[in-house]
Write a protein that binds this ligand. Structure first.
Ligand SMILES: Nc1ncnc2c1ncn2[C@@H]1O[C@H](COP(=O)(O)OP(=O)(O)O)[C@@H](O)[C@H]1O
Ligand SMILES: [Mg+2]
Length: 363
């Protein structure tokens, strides 16, 4: 079988995606699979690289340039080439697509919808879960509906802000206490997010967030530990042990998180058993309410009095050597290699179910 690996992409998480793809390539069982790398450039081209029968030697090797023929760089001074294709050309029999694309246009249901149209099996969440999980306003209202505790928030769109700026600021100040977090509804990796301490900062942060999305959420800031748990499976999903981010500062921006790797992890987190159990229970409920499939990482805040608040669900968590998701499973007893195999099998099973549901009913 062939695995079509989609990576790169046009979101701010382009580089993280390549590192995740490289890590995944190291874990694939090449006796059973070949890997077809498809690199999505920052300007939106799809470049088809040479087939992989063994892991690539470096992250750089996966960063393709457009050429007449696909070829691998043999050393770090050379470049690898891929041939530009139309996205629909990835369609062929006996493949599983592994989209390793974080952020908008990868994790938000768009790529998933495209793969549904091509009728290809693919790893991870479907259209609904991807869109629900990516959108902070939609996911918050779903979590509210099933009673998952969250920090208080105010949500609005660009038109609301243009016509009622003062009223929105008043609403934020009336129901929330500074510091507040201002977030675009659909981003990721802390892009466009600010922590603010007063009305002037709030307005500036809202205007910044509008550069990334037309919808915004302003949240109550809290002092809390950040704990994360991994979910794996389709309708019968299960949860991993809980991990904790050991922080040296209050707020991690993109550089701190992904470039400097200043975050360390405690796995399993040293938490009271009842807190761990609550996190695991909430994570499964969150997974179910967004219609999760394949995998997700669910992120929580835990306060000093052990109050637990759900922060967000990520349907395509990072897969780098520093990423929480694979490490959580490793500590739970599932090796990273077995994890990848399980994700591929879940993709095939989910595809089979869909094919069955597409059969016309015999009345
Ligand atoms: N309400 C909040 N209170 C305290 N810290 C927050 C809050 N919201 C976000 N943060 C901090 O900002 C980071 C990024 O926010 P998050 O909502 O997880 O966005 P992203 O989707 O970019 O990961 C969090 O990991 C946390 O450190
Ligand atoms: Mg986050």
């Amino acid at each position: 079988m062939k695995i079509i690996l989609l990576y790169g992409g046009q979101s701010a998480e382009h580089e993280v995606s390549i590192i995740s793809a490289h890590t995944i390539c190291q874990l694939i069982m090449y006796g059973y699979y070949q890997v077809q790398p498809i690199y999505l450039t920052k300007d939106g081209r799809w470049l088809k690289g040479p087939l992989l029968e063994q892991p690539p030697t470096s992250v750089k090797q996966l960063t393709l340039e457009e050429g007449q023929e696909a070829s691998w760089a043999n050393s770090d001074d050379e470049v690898s080439y891929g041939v530009a294709i139309n996205p629909g050309e990835i369609q062929e029999p006996d493949v599983i697509v592994f989209p390793v694309l974080h952020g908008p246009n990868g994790e938000d249901g768009t790529i998933q919808g495209f793969l549904e149209v091509l009728n290809l099996p693919y790893v991870g969440a479907g259209v609904t879960a991807s869109a629900n999980g990516m959108d902070k306003i939609i996911s918050k209202s779903l979590f509210d509906q099933i009673g998952l505790p969250q920090v208080p928030y105010v949500a609005f769109n660009a038109l609301d802000w243009r016509t009622n700026e003062d009223e929105i600021v008043q609403r934020c100040e009336g129901s929330l206490i500074y510091p507040l977090f201002v977030k675009p509804a659909n981003m990721g990796s802390s892009v466009g997010i600010s922590r603010v301490e007063n009305a002037d900062e709030l307005k500036a942060a809202v205007n910044l967030a509008f550069k990334y999305d037309r919808r915004i959420v302003v949240e109550q800031g809290i002092i809390a530990q950040e704990c994360e748990v991994a979910v794996l499976g389709n309708d019968d999903a299960h949860v991993s042990v809980v991990g904790r981010l050991v922080k040296q500062q209050d707020f991690y921006d993109y550089n701190e998180k992904y470039i400097n790797n200043t975050v360390t992890m405690e796995i399993p987190a040293d938490l009271p058993e009842s807190v761990t159990a609550r996190i695991q229970e909430y994570a499964l409920k969150a997974y179910r309410v967004i219609d999760g499939r394949g995998l997700s990482r669910v992120d929580f805040f835990v306060t000093s009095n052990n109050d637990v608040y759900i922060n967000e669900i990520n349907t395509l968590p990072g897969f780098t050597p520093f990423s929480m998701y694979p490490l959580l499973w490793q500590e739970t007893g599932l090796s990273q290699r077995d994890l990848i195999e399980e994700l591929l099998q879940l993709a095939l099973r989910s595809h089979e179910t869909k094919q069955m549901l597409k059969q016309p009913l015999n009345h």
